[in-house]
Design a protein around this ligand. Structure first.
Ligand SMILES: [Zn+2]
Length: 598
């Protein structure tokens, strides 16, 4: 297996691998991005093509391409091996191959895939699915689209699917674990298919694995049936983490940095079929953090294409606040009063849909506009209504400049003053504190100077970072030889190794280090590439740091002498006291010299 990992690493470049998921920007010899593992505004995620590693200076996640896949897709090593082997075109040996029986999760994916095939067959090729297929075609869904989304139909026959799956070798336990089946209350051994009589949409993750299903009733179904039902939570299906359609649209979302968000399956499928491919559905108006985090990997802009009355409800308000806290640029596809949802608009007036999508409204403008349509801003009652509809949103805008702009706009709209609107706004609630998005790394433009009270090893690490940030680190290292001696053993070793180098190449240097020093060097190398310093500033910074460390060393010695002094005083050892006092004063003089030369 070891050799296969190496074979894959030789064939693939970590930059290409990560770039499939996160848009990387070139920065010198390195690539940077906003970290996909934590929220941030300034990039602290860095990829080194030279060492074939990544590291985030915000949250600390780091590793090679295998680690990245494991972290990003929340999979284990074997799954990451399998995926990268596929990309690299490397055929895995039998022992390394993923055996389906090994993992229960894997069995459930397989079971769901069979279930989807069964439903799809019933819809497209069986007489039992004829009415359902006609319904879809009448709704304007083409057969190719039905196939692409693997849409299916569950016939009204409680045992058909369970018999099919049992024949395929799945156990009753696995059938129950899949969530597709319920147990009859009369006879617990009797399983029934939850989705009977419904159109079925497979819910896939962004790797195209089927997690669960959503079922919609057909027209003419009994009134007491819920229009939509979903699989219950299982070991692989978590509603809060699922975004419908992302498996098919993620490339388009990434290319546009923009994602259109709809409420339901048909609102996603119809525009997708019409060519608006950077689109997903969240099933309802309420976002979860997991969904936003997932979308944030691919998009900066969120275009809400929700039902026309979405702004009126609480769930939508919370969603907008949450999306704002993820620093999305939030816009709204305004379908006006004529269409109740994107699906309807696509089928009735494609040009209008296209036009509106070309000019989405910033969410805050949309909220003000829609409040003004339904309420007269010239009457007292109207003003109150508009304020109560719009202020709860605007007073929570994360960015204070934008918040104040919109308070201004709102004041203008209702013919009031900024002061009184601001006053009303402060009654509602203080703006949400920004979610913690910056880790200790603080992005790329601030060099990681350790605070003055840091330990010596922090300073020494920083000193090495400064050295390695130079064009020719080996030369800088040799110049420093007479001025400074490293104390911390691991940093001293890295420094010594650098002194032996004639011409510095990161990869060659890395390979020359003993294994225990390699991770230490990786961190230094990556931090060094963050630093963009002019040579003169680097020189100044280096002597400043050396001064810091020297003073720190002296202060430690002073403290040490003080301790010895008090012992000597206790013992009345006057000779010792005199000697210590001389040393003490000499050190003090050196220290003041260091501090004044800063
Ligand atoms: Zn991070």
């Amino acid at each position: 297996m070891e050799s296969q990992v190496e074979e894959i690493k030789k064939k693939l470049d970590i930059v290409d691998v990560i770039n499939r998921f996160v848009t990387l920007k070139k920065r010198g010899h390195h690539f940077i991005a906003n970290c996909p593992f934590h929220q941030e505004k300034t990039p602290s995620f860095i990829v080194s093509p030279e060492l074939q590693i990544f590291k985030c200076f915000g949250c600390g996640k780091a590793g090679d391409m295998f680690t990245f896949i494991q972290e990003f897709e929340r999979v284990d090593f074997k799954e990451s091996l399998e995926e990268l082997a596929k990309i690299a075109g490397v055929k895995l040996e039998k022992s390394a191959q993923y055996s389906a029986v090994e993992s229960k999760r894997q069995r459930l994916f397989l079971l769901n895939l069979e279930t989807a095939k069964f439903y799809h067959y019933m819809l497209t090729s069986h007489s039992l699915g004829k009415t359902a297929l006609e319904y879809l075609i009448n709704r304007g869904i083409q057969l190719d689209t039905v196939k692409l989304f693997k849409i299916g139909f569950s016939p009204i026959d409680p045992q058909l699917l369970s018999a099919y799956l049992t024949k395929k070798g799945f156990t009753v336990g696995e059938l129950i674990a899949s969530g597709t089946f319920g147990q009859s209350s009369y006879n617990r051994h009797q399983l029934y298919d939850r989705f009977q009589g419904r159109l079925v949409f497979p819910l896939a993750d962004f790797r195209d694995r089927i997690l669960g299903f959503s079922g919609r009733v057909l027209p003419g179904a009994k009134k007491e049936l819920a229009k939509y039902i979903n699989s219950p939570e299982t070991s692989i299906y978590h509603k809060s983490q699922t975004v419908f359609g992302l498996n098919l649209s993620k490339e388009f979302v990434k290319k546009n940095s923009t994602v259109i968000v709809t409420e339901g399956e048909f609102d996603m499928i119809s525009p997708f079929q019409a060519g608006f491919k950077n689109i997903v559905a969240i099933k309802g108006t309420a976002f979860t953090s997991d969904q936003l985090q997932l979308l944030r990997r691919y998009a900066d802009t969120l275009i809400l294409a929700l039902d026309s009355d979405f702004a009126g409800n609480n769930a939508a308000r919370k969603s907008i606040e949450l999306a704002d806290s993820f620093d999305f640029d939030i816009q709204v596809l305004d379908l006006g009063q004529d269409f109740k949802d994107p699906d309807e608009a696509i089928h009735q007036n494609l040009d209008f849909f296209h036009q509106q999508l070309d000019h989405p409204l910033p969410i805050w403008d949309y909220l003000i506009n829609s409040a003004v349509i339904t309420n007269d801003p010239n009457t007292i009652k109207g003003k109150k209504q508009i304020l109560s509809l719009v202020l709860p949103f605007i007073s929570k805008i994360n960015n204070s400049v934008i918040r104040s702009d919109y308070l201004h706009k709102l004041a203008e709209t209702i013919g009031s003053t900024l002061e009184s609107v601001t006053q009303e706004s402060s009654k509602i609630s203080a703006p949400l504190p920004a979610l913690s998005r910056e880790g200790p790394g603080k992005g790329f433009d601030s060099p990681p100077t350790p605070p003055p009270d840091s330990q010596i090893d922090n300073f020494e690490q920083y000193l090495l970072i400064l050295i390695f940030s130079a064009q020719k680190p080996a030369i800088i290292a040799r110049r420093l030889r007479s001025k400074y001696q490293f104390i911390t053993p691991r940093f001293a070793s890295v420094y010594q190794s650098l002194l032996l180098v004639k011409k510095y190449y990161p990869k060659k240097f890395f390979n020359s280090l003993p294994p225990e020093l390699q991770p230490i060097f990786q961190d230094i190398h990556l931090s060094a590439s963050n630093l963009k310093l002019e040579p003169i500033h680097r020189r100044r910074e280096i002597s400043k740091i050396i001064n810091y460390i020297q003073s720190k060393k002296i202060k430690q010695q002073l403290a040490d002498i003080s301790r010895q002094l008090s012992v000597a005083e206790k013992n009345d050892d006057s000779a010792k006291i005199t000697q210590l006092e001389i040393e003490y004063n000499q050190l003090l003089a050196t220290l003041s010299g260091h501090q004044s030369s800063k």
